[in-house]
Design a protein around this ligand. Structure first.
Ligand code: COS
Length: 386
């Protein structure tokens, strides 16, 4: 990765070692499959298994439950490396954090023992389900209903855009115990696909990250035992927002990985492609594009590292920094990948080269884990509030 800026000045030896391991797996095992994973829309099972075998699924899980507890920055380093090779694999990888971290944060001892060791080893995977057909940015308006009946809750509703929902053995799913209470009614549940009344819905056909399955979930009198409620009734909304503190920098890291891959490809191509008797890298117009791309990638990476480090230091909330990192990195990825296609010219517009895939994959980072409009709203609100 010759066009990569130095960024290891603030990393520990342990973080660097872990990152180098992920980089090797990404280069040798994930990147060679990425075009096929995209074209055929297949689940990258083998690379994910490999990541599990190497202990890389449990970076956010305490050692007592089989993880390595390396923290959010380490997790973001891993996500970037995987996204550099294959954004679909990176999405699956980061979704198991969004699904599993709430168990670390709010789970009972029994819930932790039931799921965390198997999540850490990669034996099972998790998903996160907040959005609904009518509740996206306005997450608190969700309408999936949970009614307590004795020792169980009965859930009814439709959840949408559930990344990895068809592969997960446990889904951190948000429903309301009382729509009249707004945010105060939102409650989290650990739903398993074997529960009666649970059914997978439509598999989305997406523009990018096509190896990462995105599904709807149908809950029809779905029976969830009370011991599968995560936290208390009404605590779900805050838990969901806390997840986003860590998962937004991780989406930023995914964007950085995609953008770095596009920059690497653009630099290599500009040195090789001859026009007017010289490599196009000799033209100042191309040089200025490459310089701008490098600034975007490096700036985005530093924002991601900063937000993730704050999460690791236990900052009360990193709402502002997490949104800044996610928003800037996603916009940077969109710009850098679009410019990479431009540098490749007509070739870049074909599926012969990976840059059109990078551009399609980058787009989702501006949309999921809160649209970039929501991130700007959050950033402005924090600025004014302070
Ligand atoms: N950690 C802990 N508590 C938090 C928190 C955090 N990071 N962020 C907010 N809270 C608390 C607030 O302090 C507030 O508590 P009180 O009710 O006691 O005051 C409560 O949670 C609600 O927070 P807030 O009022 O800021 O939330 P809003 O409903 O105004 O948030 C937006 C609105 C639009 C910002 C929010 O709904 C959002 O991020 N939407 C996008 C959803 C999303 O990202 N979806 C995609 C995810 S899945 S792909």
């Amino acid at each position: 990765m010759s066009s990569r800026m130095r960024d290891d000045f603030s990393l520990t030896a342990e973080q660097r070692e872990m990152r180098d391991l992920v980089r090797t797996i990404a280069r040798d095992r994930i990147a060679p499959l990425a075009a096929h994973v995209d074209e055929a829309e297949v689940y990258p099972a083998e690379p994910l298994k490999r990541l599990g075998e190497q202990g890389l699924m449990g970076l956010y899980i305490p050692e007592a439950y089989g993880g390595t507890d390396m923290g959010t920055l380490a997790f973001c380093l891993a996500v970037e490396e995987i996204a550099w090779a294959c954004a679909a694999t990176a999405t699956i990888y980061l979704v198991q954090y969004a699904g599993g971290w709430p168990i670390v944060a709010a789970g009972t001892e029994a819930q932790k023992r039931r799921y965390l060791p198997r999540l850490a080893s990669g034996e099972i995977t998790a998903a996160f389900s907040l959005s609904e057909p009518g509740a996206g940015s306005d997450a608190a308006s969700l309408s999936t209903r949970a009614v307590r009946k004795g020792d169980r809750y009965v859930l009814n509703g439709v959840k949408l855009w559930v990344s990895n929902g068809s592969k997960a053995s446990v889904i951190t799913l948000f429903a309301t115990v009382d729509p009249g209470r707004g945010k105060g009614g939102v409650t989290a549940f650990l739903v398993e696909p074997t529960f009666p009344g649970f059914a997978l819905g439509k598999l989305e056909r997406k523009m990018g990250i096509r190896g990462s399955p995105t599904v709807a979930l149908h809950l029809t009198d779905c029976e969830v035992p009370v011991e599968h409620r995560l936290g208390e009734e009404g605590e779900g909304y805050k838990l969901a927002l806390r997840v986003l503190d860590g998962s937004r920098p991780a989406v930023g890291a995914e964007a950085v990985g995609i953008a770095q891959a596009a920059l690497d490809a653009a630099v290599a191509y500009a040195k090789e492609r001859q026009q007017f008797g010289q490599p196009i890298a000799a033209f100042q117009g191309i040089q200025f594009m490459l310089a701008d791309m490098a600034m975007q990638v490096h700036g985005a990476r530093l924002l991601v590292h900063h937000a993730a480090s704050l999460v690791d230091r236990g900052a009360v909330t990193t709402v502002l920094e997490s949104s800044l990192a996610k928003c800037f990195a996603a916009d940077a990825a969109m710009k850098v990948t679009t410019d990479a296609v431009q540098i490749f010219g007509g070739y870049g517009y074909t599926r012969e080269y990976p840059v059109e895939r990078f551009m399609r994959d980058a787009k989702i980072t501006q949309i999921y884990e809160g649209t970039n409009q929501i991130q700007r709203l959050v950033i402005a609100r924090e600025l004014i509030r302070r």
